[in-house]
Design a protein around this ligand. Structure first.
Ligand SMILES: O=C(O)CCC(=O)C(=O)O
Length: 259
């Protein structure tokens, strides 16, 4: 019975719940200050400096290996309660990476959605609880204005029954439709979305660089990544972060944070 009980003190406001259920994503505002964002960008540049041969699009898998400051984003006190509510109190950190884009950086086709063989992409609501498979926290370290590009999605598509009919030319950005939406965000905002939402990356068109960190979470029994985190690689990780890194299991899966 205990397993059906999820947070009673909701981190999500009623409006957040309405919007996540309706659209498949919410934006949590001001999780970081601009100074904290600038600091993280500086740290990232120290660890992973841009090379002369680098193109406008850069991605690094495993930013948690860059040091404890990046591990600490996994279970940030302001954000974790939202993730616990959406994925459950036994959620796992699945994988993490960054996307940095300079003007003209290319697109990545629309993907995601509750496909049969991407079996960790799901969204359900029952027993009064929103239930999600793989769920993403996208940390925006720089502003994203209307029309800048970057993250785009098809709001509501996490409940689509006709994924196979999504026009391929729209998915490839060969045709623009107003049902593909690019949310505007400020530095310090975090966008949480279910991978059951159809989403992708539009060409970056702003003069400043897009800097985003993505941390992805799974329910206790499921994994997208081939290999789970090894807590031995993170000597400074806290007990809570170690519980978050637990390998997938139903049996005896640790509770990360009390509901
Ligand atoms: O933020 C983006 O540009 C898209 C991220 C993405 O495609 C994903 O999380 O699978």
């Amino acid at each position: 019975m205990e397993d059906t009980i999820e947070p009673t003190d909701s981190a999500l406001t009623d409006e957040d719940k309405f919007l996540f259920d309706l659209r498949g994503f919410i934006i949590v505002r001001d999780v970081l200050s601009v100074a904290e964002c600038d600091d993280l960008v500086r740290l990232a540049d120290d660890v992973w400096p841009r090379q002369p041969e680098d193109g406008p699009y850069r991605r690094f898998n495993g930013i948690s290996s860059w040091g404890q400051r990046f591990v600490d984003l996994m279970d940030h006190d302001k954000l974790l309660p939202y993730l616990v509510e959406l994925v459950g109190s036994r959620l796992r950190i699945d994988h993490d990476y960054c996307i940095f884009m300079r003007k003209g950086a290319g697109s990545h086709t629309l993907h995601g959605g509750p496909w049969r063989y991407e079996s960790d992409h799901w969204y359900r609501y029952h027993d009064g609880v929103m239930r999600n498979g793989l769920t993403v926290a996208t940390w925006n370290l720089t502003d994203v204005g209307p029309g800048d590009g970057g993250f785009v999605c098809v709001p509501g598509s996490h409940k689509s029954n006709f994924l196979q009919h999504m026009p391929r030319d729209v998915a490839r950005f060969e045709r623009r439709e107003d049902w593909v939406v690019q949310p505007a965000m400020a530095a310090g905002d975090v966008l949480i979305f279910t991978e059951a939402l159809i989403h992708g990356t539009a060409v970056w068109d702003a003069d400043h660089e897009r800097r985003t960190f993505l941390y992805k979470y799974s329910p206790p029994h499921s994994t997208w990544a081939r290999r789970p985190y090894d807590p031995a690689d993170f000597p400074e990780a806290t007990d809570r972060q170690r519980r978050l890194m637990a390998p997938p299991s139903v049996e005896a899966h640790p509770r990360v944070m009390d509901a």
